[in-house]
Design a protein around this ligand. Structure first.
Ligand code: NAD
Length: 296
């Protein structure tokens, strides 16, 4: 049994902390939102009066926060207060630069702290069902210590490399996802104009070279894949606002590193238009309806 502090008990962090409790760990949590704290308390998390109170006695600290600025500020507060030798794991999706910065801040404490960036894929369903995929960046020693804890919240834990490599893997993967969802959606919109049924395109492309996750698991039109959000009025799933966030992070990283990502840039622009048209809370596959409405 490990003593774990969990900061950020929102849609993802709440159920992740609950799974650590279920696995027999002692979990002390904190969130700025009283409603999130109340929910976590019902799930067996002890709620501390502040972030600092939550982390003071913990061997492992997990953060699950909205963006890089929140992680930078929370880590700056807690690093001087955590126990000597503590392991800090950030599971939020943030920019690579901030991820690397917090690793450096931990190292600069010179108190044997180890750290890992470990963003996730799998969404709220994966957080609840403990089926997330973790992509971790940091030293092997930190990864080996974190792995048994992360595996209580997910089904796959991958060590991607040194500091920031987890965030890099996350934004590269989601850039593929954003681009491929637009590609699949465009194909359905074109098929409609050509008089080709959704099912016929699906039957061909799902067993041909157009096959991809956006088509076969998450098909953006209703019918061919009954479990996809298209069959549930595009309720998320994975909200367009979160896809836009990840595509923007990919573009920031492309700019900073000099990588050429023209389709990633176009996908970010299209998701910005889609989200700003009032669809930020819709599932990201709803972009098919937005594309259908555009003039060719
Ligand atoms: P959320 O907004 O539901 O939860 C974030 C929580 O952090 C909130 O409850 C907020 O009150 C809390 N918080 C903010 N600042 C704080 C502070 N200083 N101290 C304590 N608590 C603070 O967001 P979420 O959906 O749980 O997402 C969390 C992270 O996971 C994000 O980085 C997101 O991009 C990533 N993510 C989300 C999903 C998803 O499907 N929701 C999937 C993969 C990754």
């Amino acid at each position: 049994m490990t003593s774990i502090a969990f900061i950020g008990l929102g849609n993802m962090g709440g159920p992740m902390a609950a799974n650590l409790v279920k696995a027999g760990h002692t979990v002390t949590g904190f969130d700025l939102s009283p409603a999130s704290c109340d929910q976590a308390k019902n799930d067996g998390v002890s709620i501390a009066g502040s972030t600092l109170d939550a982390v003071r006695d913990a061997e492992i600290v997990v953060t699950m926060l909205p963006a890089g600025k929140h992680v930078l500020s929370v880590w700056a507060d807690i690093l001087p207060a955590v126990k000597e030798g503590a392991l800090l794991i950030d599971c939020s999706t943030i920019d690579v630069e901030s991820a690397r910065k917090v690793h450096t801040m931990a190292r600069e404490q010179e108190r044997n702290l180890t750290s890992l960036d470990a963003p996730v894929s799998g969404g709220v369903g994966g957080a609840k069902g403990a089926t997330l995929t973790f992509m971790a960046g940091g030293a092997k020693q930190a990864f080996d210590r974190a792995e048994p804890i992360l595996s209580k919240m997910g089904k796959k834990v991958v060590h991607c490399g040194e500091a920031g490599a987890g965030q890099a893997a996350k934004i590269c993967n989601n850039m593929i996802l954003g681009i491929s969802m637009i590609g699949v959606s465009e194909a359905f919109v074109l098929a409609e104009k050509l008089g080709l049924s959704h099912q016929a395109l699906f039957d061909v492309a799902s067993t041909s070279s157009g096959q991809c996750w956006s088509l076969t698991t998450y098909c953006p039109v209703p019918g061919p894949v009954p479990t996809s959000p298209a069959n549930n009025d595009y309720k998320p799933g994975f909200a367009a606002a979160l896809m836009l966030k990840d595509l923007k992070l990919a573009q920031e990283a492309a700019l900073a590193s000099g990588a050429s990502t023209p389709l990633g840039a176009e996908a970010a622009q299209l998701y910005a238009l889609f989200a700003n048209a009032g669809h930020d809370g819709d599932d990201f596959s709803g972009i098919v309806n937005f594309l259908r409405g555009q003039k060719g």
